[in-house]
Design a protein around this ligand. Sequence first.
Ligand SMILES: C[S@@+](CC[C@H](N)C(=O)[O-])C[C@H]1O[C@@H](n2cnc3c(N)ncnc32)[C@H](O)[C@@H]1O
Length: 224
Amino acid sequence: MREVYERRRSRRWSSRLYRWLEPPAPLIMNPREPLDYPLGRWNLYIGGAGREVSGYVNIDLVPTPGVDLLADAEALPFRADVFERVECDAVLEHVRCPESVMREIARVLAPGGYAHLVTPFCHPFHEYPRDYRRFTLDGLKQLASGGGLEPVSEGWRTGPTATMLVFTLEYVKLWLPWRAWRAFVHVVLGWVLFPFRYLDLLFLRSSNAGRIGNHCFLWVRKRG
Ligand SMILES: C[S@@+](CC[C@H](N)C(=O)[O-])C[C@H]1O[C@@H](n2cnc3c(N)ncnc32)[C@H](O)[C@@H]1O
């Protein structure tokens, strides 16, 4: 995993060329997903390896620039009621016990604080460092339903078109035995397919988006 993050920052010419050619992501974020719940003095970002997240204490299992502390989200090394905001974006599918992580989030969250949970529903297998599960929105809400947390906002971050595009790219790459070919196809097909991502602006308005939605989100607040 460390290699993956290092390759993204590598100064080798092949990595630079690949980054320069890299197509836009085959997905767009739901413009209706609220992202502006208040930050406090102390905020926690879980699983932010490879990222600089200013304003947060960034914890991860992998030591990369930007990670403040190596820690397991299943046993957070913080006292209770400290953080006014917790971000847990695309992490719960990678932990052995998501119930423990939710208990820890509820414990370290300050009364009145907000946690933002994002999880994949229809998304290819991706190991960081393992990949254990997928979530429906109901499943995510059920997971987050204890510990004095109340849901304040929910929905789909990335929609059905994102699902179709990421699976199409993965499927085509399955046919290719060499990494260089997969990289080539990723670039070419990625540029051809990415404009379709805007169809999700229509789908994300509909309650049907979740039938084959890509990632769902949930904001919860700890009762004060
Ligand atoms: C898919 S990545 C998250 C991406 C990140 N949220 C972002 O938006 O760029 C999952 C991250 O969670 C981290 N992770 C997995 N299990 C963890 C655990 N038990 N405790 C802390 N971090 C964990 C991985 O090392 C990885 O960096």
